[in-house]
Design a protein around this ligand. Structure first.
Ligand code: NAD
Length: 253
């Protein structure tokens, strides 16, 4: 039997939830390809994993660059091996009332939060299908299930991710490839912290957010990673097209 490690590609792996996922999958024995547009953070995550004796590499791309995405997947497959697990995690939002947004804004939000996942799936799925195995885990959001004020376009993109994932799950099922969506609720990451800091009464908003969560705490990246690790595991071979909220009970949809 080959001793080569299976490869897990994590977009936005340089910080926040992506970093937690990269750490979890590396602990599960994958070679983790940490993909991010921020080279310094991606390199730091890969090095921290290597320092623990785990397998990792870092790769730089902006997920909105189609040619760049194809090139980075080719680079990973040449240097580390075929991608067995794809985690589309990179995402971003700006909080605004919908009526204050314009087409330029819609394009940017959809590109990072929706079209980027199409790009990566398009690049890895033919190989997964040919090998007869593969795992796609897309990071959605509870915003894509129940909506979220000031996040109309982002919520639409995340709802799109959920529907896209289900369709890929149907198309790829007989090829041995699964596709599932993990929807975080409010999770302690640099993105959440900076969104909070832009609010006038950040403390009060944070307290209200935590009060709304039945478990009365924010999620941690490791909470989200646990769900991704399950979908990536051999034991989840018969689970596909599912949407799993990891939000302390905030959303029971
Ligand atoms: N934090 C939350 O409360 C929360 C809730 C629901 C869903 N999510 C989702 O979880 C995912 C991760 O969020 P986070 O809070 O960890 O965000 P974050 O901003 O803390 O980290 C995102 C990472 O993605 C990278 N990234 C962003 N745009 C990129 C691009 N165009 N190309 C390449 N890399 C890019 C960033 O450099 C960063 O390393 C996102 O998809 C987000 O929508 C987060």
């Amino acid at each position: 039997m080959s001793t080569e490690k299976r490869v897990a590609l994590v977009t936005g792996g340089g910080r926040g939830i992506g970093r937690g996922i990269a750490e979890g999958l590396a602990e599960d024995g994958f070679h983790v390809a940490v993909v991010d547009r921020d080279e310094a953070t991606a390199a730091e995550v890969a090095k921290a994993l290597q320092d623990r004796g785990l397998a990792a590499s870092h790769h730089v791309v902006d997920v909105t660059d189609g040619a760049g995405v194809r090139a980075v997947v080719a680079e990973i497959e040449t240097t580390a091996g075929p991608v067995h697990v794809l985690v589309n995690n990179a995402g971003f939002d700006e909080h605004l009332p919908f009526v204050q947004t314009d087409e330029e804004f819609w394009g940017r939000i959809l590109d990072v939060n929706f079209t980027s996942a199409l790009r990566f799936v398009r690049a890895v799925l033919p190989g997964m299908t040919e090998r007869g195995r593969g795992r796609i885990v897309n990071i959605g959001s509870d915003a894509g299930r129940v909506g979220s004020s000031l996040e109309a376009v982002y919520s639409g993109a995340k709802g799109g991710i959920i529907a896209f994932t289900k369709t890929i799950a149907r198309e790829a099922a007989r090829a041995g490839v699964t596709a599932n969506t993990v929807c975080p609720g409010p999770t302690r990451t640099p993105a959440l912290e900076s969104a909070m800091n832009q609010q006038e009464s950040a403390d009060a908003v944070m307290k209200a957010m935590v009060r709304a969560v039945p478990m009365r705490r924010l999620g941690e990246p490791a909470d989200i990673a646990a769900a991704v690790r399950f979908f990536a595991s051999d034991g989840a071979a018969y689970v596909t097209g599912q949407t799993l909220s990891v939000s302390g009970g905030l959303t029971m949809a």
